[in-house]
Design a protein around this ligand. Structure first.
Ligand code: DGJ
Length: 463
């Protein structure tokens, strides 16, 4: 339901036989009606939210912990080195901000954003009461004791084996700049795949799509770019299909790439690249809807807008149908999910590897129109909320058995050493009326609020 004020200036209307209503009577009746509708909408949202809390009651108090607001005060240290008592009295010329500290690889706060190996999450050690706890930003080890390499990742849940497969950029190589003005990069190594039954203990399934070492004309030639791989299973063909962002080292090729496999653990056979619907395409994702139709969502027109279009029924190509959405909003890193028939999408702004503010958008139809709701981040501190907790969205995983609860997956990029980028996984909860729809929608909170809660440490409620 999308309401717009389309009312034309009324004159007088016939009300019933023998009487006539004035303009003001009609206007006031309309206002009254709209007010009633507004109240109804508010209450029905509250009911829905209440219903949802009801559902979660059985998981209390662990569910309650997920939605607890956790503030985090990070103290900026005084400038390094000896300062004369006189200089100490003077104001420093330029005070650093938390975001400056985050971007400074020599910051004294480095360990806060990128904790060292000593604190790594290691599912293979005896963790006692710490088992199954996520520590966003810490190094996360696989079952072989190596840091997980699945950046810009996506998740596939295989119903038959009840196994999660996490695919992402395998970046375990040196970071460098391809040329003076080039962005920090790691050569393509390939797409890493990890499997898990509990979303915490991850087994390395190897590189399921590898770089091309010799043929310079190949899309996967190591000096090119492969980002944000996403895998979907096609029930009709029984194939696993991987979509990814394919580029050259200057990000001018701006294409999608497609690969296919008989197994979730590969190997994937690389098929081709193209510019979808003849448009440039950079950050992207794939969303598979309940009816089996899958959609490609990509940043286009130099990242100024997103495009959404259905894939062919074998998922190997786009059709010629697409819509331009969030036009002029300059969003990237799209992560889509669906809740009670509404589509939601988390996106980031476009600031390279530096973090920025996440926004949530909602739509009743996946092809749009999409409406921007606002920043979903709750807790932490002001800077961390304005930087998506110093990370960038990549995917949202529904938690089976917990309607309205999701895991928000994001990357805390480390441009000084991209292989050491960290994973920020946090609970994302849909519920309650949206507090501040940013787009014009006649003032109605049409969508439920999407909230991503900061936690230094958290775990999933046991199923
Ligand atoms: C932001 C994108 O979201 C990342 O995937 C990557 O392309 C960087 N930009 C490169 O600067």
């Amino acid at each position: 339901m999308r309401m717009r004020n389309k009312y034309k200036k009324p004159t007088t209307f016939p009300c019933n036989a023998g009487s006539r209503c004035s303009t003001s009577t009609v206007v006031w009746s309309l206002v009254g009606f709209l007010l009633m509708l507004h109240l109804f909408s508010l209450f029905s949202h509250k009911d829905r939210a209440g219903g949802q809390m009801q559902l979660h009651k059985s998981h209390q108090p662990l569910f309650r912990e997920l939605v607890e607001v956790e503030e985090e005060n990070i103290q900026i240290p005084p400038p390094k080195g000896k300062r004369s008592p006189r200089a100490a009295k003077r104001r420093p010329k330029r005070t650093t901000t938390l975001i400056d500290e985050f971007l400074d690889e020599n910051s004294q706060l480095r360990h806060v954003f990128f904790p060292n190996m000593k604190t790594a999450i290691d599912p293979m050690k005896d963790n006692g009461n710490d088992s199954f706890y996520y520590y966003p930003g810490r190094i996360w080890l696989d079952t072989d004791g190596a840091p997980i390499q699945a950046h810009g990742g996506g998740m596939l849940y295989d119903e038959t084996s009840r196994t999660y497969y996490w695919y992402g950029e395998y970046k375990d190589g040196p970071t460098y700049h391809a040329h003076k003005k080039g962005a920090a990069r790691v050569d393509i190594i390939g797409v890493g795949c990890y499997s898990s039954k509990d979303l915490w203990t991850w087994r390395n399934e190897g590189i399921v799509l590898a770089a091309e070492e010799i043929d310079e004309t190949h899309d996967l030639y190591k000096l090119n770019v492969l980002e944000r791989p996403k895998v979907v299973y096609n029930e009709k063909t029984g194939k696993y299909v991987m979509w990814m962002h394919i580029d050259d080292c200057n990000y001018t090729k701006a294409s999608i790439g497609v690969a296919i496999s008989d197994y979730p653990t590969g190997p994937f056979n690389y098929l081709y690249s193209k510019q979808p619907h003849t448009f440039d395409s950079r950050d992207m994702t794939i969303f598979k809807d309940d009816d089996g139709v899958a959609y490609l969502v990509y940043s286009s027109e130099d990242n100024s807008e997103l495009h959404i279009g259905p894939l062919t029924s074998d998922y190997l190509d786009v059709t010629n149908v697409y819509r331009r959405v969030l036009v002029g909003q300059h969003r990237e890193a799209p992560a889509l999910f669906k809740h009670e028939g509404t589509y939601y999408m988390v996106t980031s702004g476009c600031t390279g590897w530096a973090p920025n503010e996440a926004l949530v958008h909602a739509a009743e139809l996946i092809m749009g129109p999409w409406e921007t709701m606002g920043n979903p981040c709750i807790g932490g501190n002001k800077v961390s909320r304005l930087t998506t907790f110093f990370s960038q969205s990549t995917n949202v995983i529904p938690l089976p058995g917990l309607p309205g609860s999701y895991i928000f997956m994001a990357d805390r990029w480390n441009p000084a050493d991209l292989r050491d980028s960290r994973y920020i996984w946090l609970p994302l909860i849909v519920g309650g009326p949206a507090d501040r729809p940013l787009d014009y929608n006649f003032g109605f909170p049409l969508w439920s609020r999407v909230s991503i809660y900061w936690h230094k440490k958290w775990r999933l409620p046991p199923r």
